[in-house]
Design a protein around this ligand. Structure first.
Ligand code: AHG
Ligand code: MN
Ligand code: MN
Length: 336
């Protein structure tokens, strides 16, 4: 997949802008700033064992989850970079109870709304396992020149202008889509640049991997229990049994399945009656990437991207990955 000629993220963004004659460069500048924040968080993640940034910060976020120091670090640095870009009029993140709207003239004139999970997979920070950042960009609905409103944030995923993630893994990668396919960039630390490494990612239509926290098995809906059994059955013709792989960081689990083929599941359960994952910060950006790469994302019954959100921190059952595998899950949920 590596190209002979190195193309940096910024070169790629500028090249793509030329595909849209009406584009004035705002989205390009915004993505450029996302790249900067990603590098700052990458730097901190990479030295996490050496400096005092591991562990709990002592607070809980709006959803009652322990905040880690890196959650807060990533949240603050992304917000700072986005504000500095002057291209967003509002931000909502998993770590902030309310939407953040800016009052200065530059921001009020901005066109875009930005939603993010600044640090995904918090439980993996202290044990040196892959974590990520997820983001989602919309055009505002309210008039330019005014303060952003809640309606700007509560748009269905199918209205996303761009979405992506950063994976802080064995290497750091930025994967995003703006409408023209899904492209992946790997950070070359020696030059400090994200370089195009995965052009036009397409996900296999079928896969052999299923990813779910099976510790919650007894609490799952019956259809999902039956599907897990199906994954474990022997059937040469359909490549079963599948392999079970679960990291516990959505970004990392999704990224692996995107490249290899597979399905990620986080169903509703007794502990999480609406599922655990957040529609706006986690499911929507992943769903857009999956769909653009030829995969599928569902809440079990309908496309994730068609759900009209009613609140910022809304949760939803989530099934995403290879198209035929997600379709199979929907069949099981309908049947049982
Ligand atoms: P976050 O760290 O942003 O709160 O997200 C954690 C999410 C997601 O990354 C992962 O897929 C899931 O929680 C893991 O949950 P379990 O530990 O319940 O399996
Ligand atoms: Mn998360
Ligand atoms: Mn998070």
């Amino acid at each position: 997949m590596t190209q002979g000629k190195v193309q940096t993220l910024n070169q790629f963004i500028i090249e793509r802008q030329a595909d849209y004659p009406d584009a004035k460069g705002e989205l390009s500048r915004l993505l450029h700033h996302v790249g900067i924040a990603a590098k700052i968080v990458h730097r901190e993640v990479n030295k996490a064992g050496l400096v005092d940034i591991l562990g709990a910060a002592g607070d809980m976020n709006v959803q009652g989850e322990d905040q880690q120091k890196l959650d807060i670090f990533a949240d603050e640095h992304f917000i700072d970079a986005l504000k500095a870009s002057g291209e967003v009029c509002g931000i909502a993140t998993e770590e902030n109870q309310h939407m953040i709207t800016f009052n200065d003239d530059l921001s009020k004139d901005a066109k875009y709304i930005f939603l993010m999970d600044p640090l995904d997979g918090s439980s993996n920070i202290d044990v040196n396992v892959s974590i990520g950042t997820l983001f989602s960009i919309y055009k505002r609905l309210s008039p330019v020149g005014t303060k952003a409103t809640m309606d700007d944030f509560l748009q269905p995923g199918n209205q996303q202008i761009a979405a992506g993630y950063i994976l802080y893994g064995s290497s750091t990668m930025l994967v995003y889509t703006t409408g023209n396919g899904v492209n992946g960039f790997t950070l070359d630390p020696s030059i400090g640049e994200f370089c195009l490494s995965h052009r036009g990612i397409k996900t296999p239509i079928d896969g052999k991997i299923y990813s779910i926290n099976e510790g919650n098995y007894t609490k799952f809906p019956y259809g999902i229990k039956q599907y897990i059994k199906y994954c474990q059955e022997n059937d040469k013709a359909t490549n079963r049994p599948y392999s079970s792989r679960y990291i516990g960081s959505l970004v990392a689990d999704f990224h692996r399945n995107l490249l290899k083929g597979g399905v990620f599941m986080y169903p509703q359960s007794i502990s999480y009656p609406n599922g655990k994952l957040r529609l706006l910060y986690e499911c929507n950006p992943i769903a857009l990437l999956a769909q653009r790469a030829g995969g599928k994302a569902s809440d079990g019954f309908q496309s994730i991207l068609d759900i009209k959100p009613t609140e910022l921190h809304q949760r939803v059952p989530f099934y995403v990955g290879s198209k035929n595998m997600v379709k199979k899950i929907e069949e099981f949920l309908k049947k049982f």
